[in-house]
Ligand binder design. Structure first.
Ligand SMILES: [Zn+2]
Length: 438
């Protein structure tokens, strides 16, 4: 088991908030609480961040640090929601070493000494701040601008990169396989065939590369796999004097931008050879790279079995929400269970918040079980998929709730469906009617 130090105490957190006013990120003016001007209520607008991570392998983890030093005021700094996410991002670690965060913390305290303005918290406010800072990782990271998606391939025919993933027990997606290498007859090129084509490789992203996998965030998150590379076709062109070549370069598959979205395929590249008189003599086509499917379950996960269903496993709730948060085992939802969704334009890039609750009486201990949450368009094409995990630890309870974002470019009106499946079983399905309004 990885080491995980205990949370800071409420008195440490009260001490921190009493001696700081704004986010520690240089130039950020976000106050640690926002004040509702009408009611005067304070709304938490910050997170407690560790300078050296609380969990082994986390950002700036220091194996020499004791548990007491780790939870001490000197190892904690207060940041707004956006910056709390940024300093722990996977690509940001080189940019935000511990020394830099310590310097920001010193400036934050110096500013307090000048302003004489801090936030005197009650015990329950301090507990609430601890609760969201250390159990609500997924939401905190969602609010950042991290690029977790794997890139499309970086050479003609290259496979796309797998997506990144953040969260406890998270896994990055696998990179996509490279494309086939063929001659004009569709036969494989010999192994030693020279494939350096600098003029093509300089196009970014290169034609026919596979789509990148999507990133994902949250406990047990799984990054999407990269797509496979497109065909690489090379041969001597069968040309005669006066022939005209038409060349169409397929678009590269970009990484998906929305959570769970299947990465787009790369476009086909096509060469048409016409005679001087305009007669089409030959068409040579290299297929574009495939966008991989998002939401694949890792090979070592089980799916829901007959036996699980017989022993009472079911999806007891599946519904969209505008906003939801789990606190102390309860779900707080705002604007839940709608069945219609209105857009102003098509396509409209949308992320729906989805709550899914599974119940069971008794699950036999057999490793992690995986479910898949899928979004399907009105003509039956699946556009988005996210993997959900039930770990052996979860299985010892009798219920599990997920709140995830599921995204897609909504490109047609009609009834879109959201389903939960595992292995051969469709466990639950609901519909959302998408309408276009002026
Ligand atoms: Zn900030």
């Amino acid at each position: 088991m990885a080491i995980e130090h205990p949370h800071p105490t409420t008195s440490t957190v009260k001490q921190l908030y009493a001696h700081a006013f704004r986010c520690a990120y240089p130039g950020c003016h976000q106050p640690l609480y926002s004040e509702d001007t009408l009611s005067g209520a304070w709304v938490l607008n910050s997170r407690i961040c560790h300078i050296n991570a609380r969990s082994e392998g986390g950002p700036r983890w220091d194996p020499r640090q004791s548990a007491e030093d780790n939870r001490a005021e000197s190892n904690l700094v207060l940041m707004c929601l956006e910056h709390a996410s940024i300093i722990d991002g996977p690509k940001a670690l080189d940019t935000y070493p511990a020394e830099r965060l310590l310097a920001w913390k010193r400036d934050q305290i110096a500013e307090f000494q000048q302003l004489r303005q801090g936030w005197p918290l009650t015990n329950s406010m301090a507990e609430a701040a601890i609760g969201v800072s250390f159990t609500d990782v997924a939401v905190a990271i969602h609010s950042s601008k991290l690029q977790l998606g794997g890139g499309g391939g970086n050479a003609p025919g290259a496979g796309g990169g797998g997506g990144g993933a953040i969260g406890p027990h998270a896994r990055a997606g696998a990179g996509g396989p490279g494309g086939r290498r063929l001659d004009f007859e569709g036969n494989p090129l010999p192994e030693d065939w020279e494939t350096d084509l600098p003029e093509l490789a300089d196009i970014h992203p290169p034609p026919g590369s596979g789509g990148g996998g999507g990133g994902s965030v949250g406990p047990g998150a799984i990054g999407g796999d990269g797509g496979g590379g497109g065909d690489f076709v090379r041969d001597g062109l069968p040309l005669e004097a006066g022939d005209v070549l038409e060349i169409e370069v397929g678009a590269a598959g970009d990484p998906p931008r929305l959570p769970g979205q299947h990465p787009p395929h790369g476009g086909d590249s096509i060469i048409r050879i016409r005679s001087a008189e305009g007669v089409l003599k030959r068409v040579i086509r290299a297929e574009g790279g495939q966008g991989a499917r998002a939401g694949r379950l890792p090979d070592d996960w089980a799916t829901i079995s007959d036996e699980d269903l017989r022993s009472g496993f079911s999806i007891s709730a599946l519904f969209p929400v505008n906003a939801a948060e789990f606190r102390e085992g309860l779900l707080f939802a705002i604007g839940a269970g709608w069945v219609r969704y209105e857009v102003n334009t098509l396509p409209s890039e949308t992320v729906w918040g989805i709550v899914c609750i599974a119940n069971w009486e008794n699950l036999s201990p057999r490793g992690t079980r995986g479910l898949q949450l899928c979004l399907t368009d009105p003509v039956g094409t699946e556009v988005s998929r996210i993997a959900l995990a039930i770990t052996p630890e979860d299985a010892s309870g009798t219920t599990l709730m997920w709140r995830v974002g599921l995204g897609a470019p909504l490109d047609r009106v009609g009834r879109w469906s959201i389903s939960v499946q595992s292995g051969d079983f469709l466990l639950s399905r609901i519909g959302v009617q998408v309408n276009l309004v002026d």
